[in-house]
Structure formats: C-alpha cells, structure tokens
Write a protein that binds this ligand. Structure first.
Ligand SMILES: Nc1nc2c(ncn2[C@@H]2O[C@H](COP(=O)(O)OP(=O)(O)OP(=O)(O)O)[C@@H](O)[C@H]2O)c(=O)[nH]1
Ligand SMILES: [Mg+2]
Length: 299
C-alpha cells in the first residue's frame, strides 16, 4: 500500500466506494450528518481526449504548492457492455498518483447519461469535511454534462481542442456560456491561437458582474499555461466569495441531488417490478408515489 492509503484517506476511499455502489436508502443513511461546505469545487470538463487528466495532474501539483489540500475525483466513462470503467484515469495522472498530499479517486460513470455518475452530488458531499481545501472534478463533456457541472461546482473550466470544431460545437450547444474559464489545450497543435482569439471574442460578451472568463492556452510541455490557469482559478475563487449567491447555489445543488435520488429510487422500484410499466400513466404515477412512501419502502 502506498502513502496515499494512510488511514483517513483509506476511510474516505472506502466511503466513496460504498457510495458509488450504494442504493438510495444506503446513500441517504450515509449522509445524515450535514457538513459545512468549506471545500472549493473546481470542475474540469471537455470532450473525450481533450487532455483533461493530463492537465489536472499538472494543475493539482501547482495548487498543492499553495498549501492547499487537493483531491481529484475523476468520473470515468463507463462501458455500457461491461459496466466497468473503460479506462483508468490514473494512467494519465501517474505523476501525482503516489503523491501523499493529493487524494485521487476515479469512479465509473454508472447509469447517468450526462458524463457524470448518477450520484456525483453524493460523492462530492461525502468529500466535504475531510479536510480538503479543494476538489477537482474531471468529467467527460457530452453536452448535458456542462449543465450539471455548472450546478455541482463553483468554478467550471472548459477544455477545448484546436482544430476540432469544438468551439463551434460548444457555441451551438450554448456551452460556451457555461464556463468560468476557457482552456485551449494542446496549444502545440496548429490552430490554437486562432481558436483562442475566437473564444475570447465570445467570452468578452459573457462577462457577468465583472467576471470576464479568461481564455488560456495550455500545452503539456509548457509550464506557463498551467501557471496562468492556476492563477485564473484562484482569481475566480476570490471573485466568487463576493459575487456568488450562496443560498441560490446551495438550493440548486439540493434540488439536483433530490432529483437524482428520486430518479434512482424510481429505477429501483421499476427494476424490482417491471409490470408497473404496463399501467397507464396515471396508474404508474400513483403506484410510484405509493411505493416512494417510506412506509412502503422495501415492500
Ligand atoms: N499534443 C498534445 N497532446 C496532449 C496534450 N495533453 C494531453 N495530450 C494527449 O492527449 C491524449 C488524451 O489525454 P488525456 O489527458 O487522457 O485526456 P482526457 O480529456 O482526460 O481524456 P478522457 O478522460 O478519455 O476524456 C493523451 O494521448 C495525451 O498524451 C498536449 O498538451 N498536447
Ligand atoms: Mg481523463
């Protein structure tokens, strides 16, 4: 066992595994003690292969230097066939995998279709109160993921690739309005400068309450870009403290989490008795309400 498995971490790692596999009742039982969210949440999203893991490994090291305690939670796309994780994100986070000061966990994306797990909210909540100053969440961007991530984290970093048509796609999908920080990654590839300029134009119109999302070019062989990204995240964290409506964002997270739990519970009920699906919509709705009642739980 490596240094990363010292006891508190091992306990957290086990808790995350339990939550990753838990049914709704278990998930709720594990979250009875409400914690104060002191942990800053940075979400890194972008198309498959955009270089998110490589970038997070660099970033985590830089942010740790600021005496921050950093955790990384990577949601791995799940193969629908094997229900297993099709790639180990740790592979591209080798440079930090054995760092005792950085907690890394990779979780298969399970049921959810938005590039996250159907219980990412629960996983993040479980990490609160474990002494981390910051968690960096990696998720594959598949359109809907950006909207969910917006709700679940404090700072959204969108990683785009030059020459991929990413910028245009993202603009069409409205995703370019989601991010707090844009990264044009793999800036060693052709077209990066042009793309950064294009995105900067869009970002300039996006400024809300005097935060204009910066556009940062990064490449794995150039430390300057990561330093700039690190500084931008710190700046956004500071900005947020005075501009974010905490009640609104806490409520949005609570709503998302409740929706997730209810939708999972409905799946559990229907999986246990698929004949419910033969009822008409009103009958199905009534039957579900009845079964959602805690008194009939387990019935
Ligand atoms: N040219 C170039 N390639 C890079 C750079 N950063 C990462 N890569 C390569 O891009 C590929 C994908 O990198 P990852 O870091 O795994 O990307 P990811 O976005 O985490 O991928 P998924 O988690 O599968 O969505 C790997 O082959 C990396 O070696 C870069 O700055 N320049
Ligand atoms: Mg990755």
């Amino acid at each position: 066992m490596s240094e990363t498995s010292r006891n508190p971490r091992r306990a957290l790692s086990r808790a995350l595994t339990r939550i990753a596999n838990a049914d709704v009742a278990e998930t709720l039982a594990q979250q009875s003690g409400a914690t104060t969210p002191e942990m800053s949440r940075i979400g890194v999203t972008g198309a498959p292969g955009a270089g998110k893991s490589t970038l997070i490994a660099r970033l985590a090291k830089l942010r740790k230097v600021e005496e921050h305690k950093i955790a990384v939670l990577a949601i791995d796309p799940t193969s629908p066939v094997s229900q297993g994780s099709i790639l180990g994100d740790r592979i591209r986070m080798d440079s930090i995998a054995d760092d005792p000061d950085i907690f890394i966990r990779s979780i298969p994306s399970r049921r959810a279709h938005d590039g996250l797990t159907d219980n990412t909210a629960d996983l993040l909540n479980a990490m609160e109160g474990h002494g981390f100053d910051e968690v960096i969440l990696e998720s594959v961007g598949v359109g809907q993921a950006e909207y969910t991530i917006r709700t679940l984290v404090d700072t959204v970093v969108l990683v785009l690739l030059p020459e991929s048509g990413d910028a245009i796609q993202a603009m069409k999908a409205g995703i370019l309005e989601m991010a707090d920080i844009y990264v044009v990654n793999k800036a060693d590839l052709p077209g990066a400068e042009l793309m950064a300029a294009e995105i900067a134009q869009v970002a300039a119109h996006q400024s809300a309450d005097d935060w204009t999302p910066p556009v940062i070019s990064t490449s794995r062989d150039d430390p300057n870009g990561f330093a700039e990204l690190d500084a931008a995240i710190t700046a956004h964290t500071e900005w947020r403290k005075t501009h974010l409506d905490e009640t609104a964002s806490r409520r949005a997270r609570a709503r998302y989490q409740a929706q997730g739990l209810l939708s999972r519970r409905i799946d559990e009920i229907v999986d246990a008795d698929s004949s419910l699906l033969d009822l008409d919509p009103q009958g199905l709705f009534d039957a579900l309400i009845d079964k959602l009642n805690p008194k009939s739980r387990g019935a």
